[in-house]
Design a binder for this molecule. Structure first.
Ligand SMILES: Cc1cc2nc3c(=O)[nH]c(=O)nc-3n(C[C@H](O)[C@H](O)[C@H](O)COP(=O)(O)O)c2cc1C
Length: 183
C-alpha cells in the first residue's frame, strides 16, 4: 500500500535521522562533510556529529585549527553534509553555512570534550605536514587548536529509495515549507 506522505512528515523524519545519529555510539556518529579548499578543489571527509539543535537549525562538529577544512571554511563557509541511512533507505544532503571558531568561546567547551577525543586536537608537526616516518609526530591535546564548527542548515534534500522513491527539498528561506522534487 502507498504510504500517505506529507512534506512535514519528511522534514520530521530528517530530524529523527539526525537525532538518532547524534545518539549513536561514537564510531557510528559520523557524517560526510564536503568543503571547497582555497584552490577550489572539493574536499570530502568524515567528521563526528557533536550536537544538533532543531530550533536553531544547527549542527556542530569539532576540528583541529590546523586542518585544511578549518582554513577552507574561513575562506568559503559554504559546505554540504551527506548522510545515508540504509535502515530507512534515506539519503540526506544538507547544505550548510559554517561558522568556525577557535577562541575563548571554543575554549569554554573544551572541558566537555572527553579525554580520548581531546588528543585529536593539536599535533606536532601540525596535521597535514609531511613527516619522514609514520609515527614522527606527537599528539598535543591542545586547547589552542580545538576548533568548533557551527553549521547553520540552509537546505535539506531528502531522497527516499525505499518501497517508494520520492524526493523533497526544504529551504530555510522558505521557512522549511518544502517542495516535492522528481527523484
Ligand atoms: C570515523 C572518522 C571520524 C572522524 N572525525 C573527525 C572529526 O570529528 N573532526 C575532524 O576534524 N576530523 C575527523 N576525522 C578525520 C577527517 O576525516 C580528516 O581526515 C582530517 O580531519 C584531515 O582533514 P583536512 O584535510 O581538513 O586537514 C574523522 C575521520 C574518520 C574516519
Amino acid at each position: 500500500m502507498m504510504k500517505d506522505l506529507s512534506l512535514a512528515s519528511l522534514l520530521d523524519q530528517s530530524w529523527v535521522i539526525l537525532k538518532t545519529l547524534r545518539s549513536a555510539k561514537l564510531s557510528e556518529r559520523v557524517i560526510t562533510l564536503a568543503t571547497v579548499d582555497p584552490k577550489g578543489q572539493p574536499q570530502v571527509c568524515m567528521v563526528v556529529l557533536r550536537s544538533i539543535k532543531r530550533d536553531k537549525s544547527m549542527l556542530e562538529f569539532h576540528t583541529d585549527a590546523d586542518s585544511l577544512k578549518y582554513t577552507s571554511l574561513l575562506r568559503e563557509p559554504k559546505a554540504q553534509i551527506l548522510i545515508w541511512r540504509p535502515d530507512v533507505s534515506v539519503q540526506l544532503r544538507i547544505s550548510v553555512e559554517i561558522d568556525v571558531y577557535c577562541d575563548v568561546k571554543s575554549q569554554k567547551l573544551w572541558a566537555q570534550v572527553p579525554g580520548p577525543s581531546q588528543i585529536s586536537y593539536g599535533k606536532s608537526p601540525p596535521t597535514g605536514h609531511s613527516i619522514s616516518a609514520p609515527f614522527d609526530y606527537e599528539n598535543m591535546a591542545s586547547i589552542e587548536k580545538f576548533a568548533v564548527a557551527e553549521c547553520t542548515i540552509q537546505k535539506i534534500d531528502f531522497l527516499s529509495l525505499g518501497q517508494t522513491h520520492h524526493r523533497a527539498q526544504f529551504l530555510r528561506i522558505d521557512n522549511w515549507t518544502g517542495q516535492w522534487i522528481s527523484p
